[in-house]
Ligand binder design. Structure first.
Ligand code: SF4
Length: 339
């Protein structure tokens, strides 16, 4: 009997995979990649995938990583079931992942899917009503096994048909992680990654920036990468600037800047790199330079020399400018938040 398990690499899905591998099933693990995963984001370009790889290898099951970015961005712009507390479209996101899992299930001849979901753990997608809705819309009614909470849910087709034992399923519910930690200990799982993982879309400040991109019809991968790599300021309806916070972000911004974008940076002093995107008037170029000056090591000076150029030009221009004060910066941040 083949089944697909959705494996994020976090504790819950790791436990579900371990439990179900003991049922004698032939499992294929699937990990969905989106640009907003916070788990292990510094480790490699696999993001969460690197945790999932480790878990799949430890359990001895194959893993398929599916990059769901394109579909996810469509869902994010107009989620049929709305957003959670911030810009997290959890119900539509789960429907998307379940639909893709069903496609794979049909393709490889698997009979059902398994998740590490815990009843009542997440208000938007793991309450009973939402679980039922997600299953139904994905065309998977009765075919989703959630081993951690199965005893609290109606029997699934795999349980009714005796493909797996309902007796061996569990009755964990709620937000406490203690039962899962105890279970991990029992199963000999000592290293569970991604405990503090999550999704950037649940972060209120990041959500403001995403809202701003959507409002200005700018939700694409370059813009998403840029806003993950620095401070974000909306200067006008058609211009924004992203300012690096450290050396790594400065390098990242330099790499991400494309033809037509502006690059700003300090001359002769230490300070950040910034990328400007959109239509910049001379006034806006000066505002961007003043923002860069704000974050330079000016050594008590009010003014700083800031250079800017429009890519691919190699020659830039330089202006000597004072820095934008905190009040003006706060106003620009409010502009982003208000969108
Ligand atoms: S928190 Fe993010 S990744 Fe998780 S279900 Fe919601 S939108 Fe999807």
């Amino acid at each position: 009997m083949k089944a697909i398990i959705l494996l994020s690499g976090g504790l819950d899905s790791t436990l579900a995979a371990e439990l179900m591998s003991r049922e004698g099933l032939e499992l294929l693990a699937v990990n969905f990649k989106t640009p907003f995963c916070l788990c292990d984001r510094h480790s490699s370009n696999l993001g969460c995938g690197s945790n999932a790889h480790r878990v799949a290898e430890a359990i001895g099951i194959d893993l398929k990583i599916i990059n769901a970015t394109k579909d996810f961005l469509e869902v994010l712009q107009k989620p049929e079931h709305g957003y959670g507390a911030n810009m997290n479209p959890c119900i539509d996101c789960r429907i998307l992942f379940f639909r893709k899992s069903k496609e794979l299930m049909d393709e490889i001849g698997a009979s059902f899917i398994i998740t590490g979901e815990v009843l009542g753990q997440r208000p938007m997608s793991q309450f009973r009503r939402q679980m039922d809705l997600i299953e139904k819309e994905a065309g998977l009614e009765g075919l989703v096994v959630r081993p951690l909470s199965a005893k609290l849910l109606p029997p699934t087709i795999p349980e009714k048909n005796g493909w797996i034992s309902r007796e061996r399923m569990l009755d964990i519910a709620g937000r406490s992680r203690k039962p899962q930690m105890a279970l991990a200990k029992d199963l000999g799982i000592n290293d569970y990654p991604c405990a503090a993982g999550g999704c950037l879309l649940t972060d209120p400040e990041f959500a403001n920036r995403i809202r701003d991109l959507i409002k200005h019809d700018e939700l694409d991968m370059q813009n998403i990468d840029l806003l993950k790599a620095g401070r974000y300021f909306r200067l006008s309806q058609s211009a924004k600037v992203i300012v690096g916070r450290n050396e790594n972000e400065n390098k990242m911004l330099t790499l991400l800047a494309k033809e037509g974008d502006y690059l700003f940076g300090p001359v002769s002093i230490n300070g950040p790199i910034a990328v400007g995107k959109g239509a910049f008037t001379l006034d806006l170029l000066e505002v961007a330079c003043r923002i860069v000056a704000r974050y330079c090591d000016r050594d008590g000076e009010i003014d700083a020399d800031i250079s800017y150029k429009r890519l691919p030009d190699s020659e830039g221009k330089m202006i000597n400018t004072n820095f934008l004060d905190d009040e003006e910066l706060a106003r620009l941040r409010t502009l982003t938040a208000a969108t």
